[in-house]
Design a protein. Structure first.
Length: 529
C-alpha cells in the first residue's frame, strides 16, 4: 500500500472528510490504499508540506482511479514516482517553477539570505542607490513585506541605513504589505495585479521572504513584470510560513539557483563574545555540545538555561518590564514602545498551561497590579495593555501582526495607539473598532518573526509529541533577542529541537535543476551567465 514516509498520527477530521469525499468519487475503482494515502497527503499539507514523499511501492494501480492523476492532469490527487500532491499545491509549485525559469536567462532574480545583523538591508540599500544613480526612477521601485510589522521595520531599516551610509539621492522608503502591493480583493483567492495586469515596477524588493507561503509567492512572481528585477530578502535558517510551504528555504537549499543567491554570513550585530550570537551559530551548525556550553558558561552571562520552572515567576516580569511600567506612568509614547520591546515571552504553543493564551492571562494579572489604574476601563482593557492585531483590516490600515498599546488620549479616553511608520508618529483607534486581536505580552515564535526584542524569555514545554519543535523554531526564537535570552527548557528538549530539521517542502529545486540541465544540454538555449 502506498504511504508517505512519515510517522503515523491521529486522523484529523479534515483529513478524514477529504479522504471520504474522494473515496466516494473514486467509486470503488481503486480503494486499496487510496484512503490512507489521501489522509496522509492532506495531513502533511496542513503541516506545511507541498510535495509529500512516498514509500518505494508500486503506484500503477492507483492511476485507474478517477481522482488520481499524473503531473499535468486535472485530478484531486497528483502522483509522481516519488511524491504526492493535492492538485492545488502541485499547480502552485508548477506555476512558480515556470515563473522562476523565465527569469533565469535575463538575470531578473536575486535572493539574499542572511541572519540578523548580516547587512541584508545595507546591501539592498546600496543596490537601490546604484540603480537610481544609473537613472532608474525611484517611483518604479516597490518595497514590500508579508506583514505590516515587517513592512514598517523594512522602511525604518532603509531610512537608518541611508543616514548611516550618507546616501543622499532620492530613494523609496515607503513599504507595504504584500497583500496591499498585489491588490487584495476581499473574498477572492487572486489579486488585482497578476500576469495580465503586472505591477508598475522596474524593481520589486520583498523583505522577510521566509514568511511567504506557496500561494502568495506564486502570485508575487506572476505579478512582477517579466522585464523587472525581483529581489527577495530573508533568512533561510528561520521558520517557514505558517501557511503551506517553506518556499524561501527550498529556493536556497540546492544548487539550481546558485547564480541568483547571495549568502551573507558575517554578523555585524553579534561578536564572538556575544552569547546570543554564539547560540545562533551553535544552532545553525547543530552543535548540541557547544549550545549547552554557551548556556552554562559564565562568559556568556546574558544567555541562560533554567531546567526547572523557577524562572517563570512574577519577579522576572517586574524586572523585565520595570522601565515599561515607569514609561506608561509618564505617558511618553516613544519611550513606552521602546520599553515594551525590552522583553517578550515566546513559546511554540497557543494552548496549554505554557501556551500563549494561558501565559497572557497570567501576565495580565501581574502587570495590571503594576500599571496605573484608569477610571472607566472595562475588562479586558487597562492602561498599558499591549495587543496584537490578528486579522487584516484594510479600511483602518491595520494588519496581522501590528502591535498597539492601550493608553489614554488628551481627553482621558482609553485608545489603542499604533506606530504609523514615521518617526515619533502614532495614531489612535478606539478599542471597539479594532479588528480581531489578542494580548501580546507573550507570542508564539511564529508570530515573533520580523520582530526584535532586547531580551527574550523562551519557554519550551515538555511534550512527547510537539511537531512544531525543531531547529528552525529554536533558531528563530533565539535570534529575536538582541542582548539576552533566558530559556526555560530541559536539555533533552533542546537536543530534540536541534536534531529535528524540516525536510524540503516542495520539489522546486528538482524542477529547476532539471530545467538547468536541459538548458545546458541544448545548443540553442540562452546562456545563464
Amino acid at each position: 500500500m502506498p504511504s508517505a514516509i512519515h510517522p503515523v498520527h491521529p486522523v484529523h477530521p479534515l483529513d478524514d472528510q477529504l479522504a471520504n469525499l474522494l473515496k466516494r468519487l473514486d467509486g470503488g475503482v481503486s480503494q486499496r490504499g487510496l484512503v490512507a494515502l489521501i489522509r496522509e497527503v492532506s495531513a502533511r499539507t496542513r503541516e506545511g508540506v507541498i510535495a509529500v514523499p512516498l514509500a518505494e511501492t508500486p503506484l500503477a494501480e492507483l492511476f485507474d482511479s478517477p481522482v488520481v492523476g499524473r503531473e499535468g492532469d486535472y485530478k484531486p490527487l497528483i502522483l509522481s514516482d516519488t511524491h504526492a500532491w493535492l492538485y492545488r499545491y502541485w499547480h502552485y509549485e508548477d506555476r512558480l517553477a515556470k515563473c522562476i525559469r523565465s527569469r533565469l536567462p535575463d538575470d531578473k532574480l536575486l535572493i539574499i539570505s542572511g541572519g540578523p545583523g548580516t547587512g541584508k538591508t545595507t546591501k539592498v540599500t546600496r543596490i537601490l542607490a546604484d540603480l537610481i544613480a544609473d537613472g532608474m526612477e525611484p517611483a518604479r521601485i516597490l518595497l514590500a513585506a508579508p506583514t505590516g510589522k515587517a513592512a514598517m521595520r523594512m522602511q525604518e531599516s532603509i531610512r537608518d541605513t541611508r543616514q548611516r551610509e550618507n546616501i543622499t539621492c532620492p530613494m523609496p522608503e515607503q513599504s507595504s504589505t504584500l497583500h496591499r502591493l498585489l491588490g487584495f480583493i476581499p473574498n477572492r483567492v487572486g489579486f488585482r495585479h497578476h500576469a495580465n495586469n503586472p505591477l508598475p515596477a522596474d524593481v520589486v524588493i520583498v523583505d522577510e521572504a521566509s514568511m511567504i507561503d506557496i500561494s502568495l509567492m506564486t502570485h508575487l512572481f506572476e505579478a512582477v513584470p517579466p522585464q523587472a528585477k525581483l529581489i527577495l530578502l530573508g533568512d533561510k535558517d528561520q521558520l517557514a510560513s505558517v501557511e503551506t510551504g517553506s518556499i524561501f528555504r527550498d529556493l536556497c537549499s540546492g544548487d539550481a539557483l546558485a547564480k541568483q543567491m547571495l549568502l551573507l554570513q558575517t554578523s555585524y550585530r553579534f561578536s564572538d563574545a556575544d552569547g546570543v550570537g554564539q547560540l545562533a551559530q551553535a544552532i545553525r551548525e547543530a552543535d548540541e555540545e557547544r549550545l549547552l556550553d554557551v548556556l552554562a558558561s559564565p562568559d556568556f552571562a546574558t544567555v541562560t538555561l533554567d531546567e526547572s520552572q523557577a524562572g517563570l515567576n512574577a519577579n522576572w516580569l517586574r524586572e523585565g518590564w520595570q522601565d515599561y511600567v515607569a514609561a506608561v506612568r509618564v505617558g511618553e509614547q516613544d519611550a513606552i514602545f521602546r520599553a515594551f520591546n525590552a522583553l517578550r515571552i515566546l513559546t511554540p504553543l497557543r494552548q496549554g498551561r505554557l501556551g500563549v493564551e494561558a501565559l497572557n492571562v497570567w501576565v495580565d494579572g501581574v502587570m495590571q497590579r503594576l500599571l496605573p489604574a484608569h477610571e472607566g476601563a472595562q475588562r479586558p482593557w487597562y492602561v498599558g495593555r499591549p495587543v496584537m492585531v490578528t486579522q487584516n483590516d484594510y479600511r483602518q490600515n491595520l494588519f496581522n501582526g501590528d502591535i498597539g498599546i492601550a493608553l489614554p488620549n488628551e481627553k482621558g479616553e482609553l485608545r489603542v495607539w499604533f506606530p504609523t511608520g514615521e518617526a515619533g508618529e502614532y495614531r489612535a483607534v478606539a478599542p471597539i473598532r479594532l479588528p480581531a486581536h489578542e494580548t501580546a505580552w507573550a507570542m508564539t515564535i511564529h508570530k515573533s518573526q520580523g520582530s526584535e526584542f532586547t531580551r527574550v524569555l523562551l519557554i519550551l514545554p515538555e511534550a512527547e509529541d510537539l511537531p512544531l519543535l525543531g531547529r528552525e523554531l529554536l533558531y528563530t526564537a533565539v535570534t529575536r533577542a538582541k542582548t539576552g535570552i533566558h530559556i526555560l527548557a530541559s536539555r533533552a528538549m533542546l537536543g530534540k529541537a536541534l536534531r529535528q530539521v524540516a525536510p524540503p517542502a516542495s520539489q522546486l529545486q528538482e524542477r529547476l535543476a532539471a530545467y538547468s540541465s536541459s538548458v545546458i544540454a541544448s545548443p540553442s538555449a540562452p546562456s545563464l551567465d
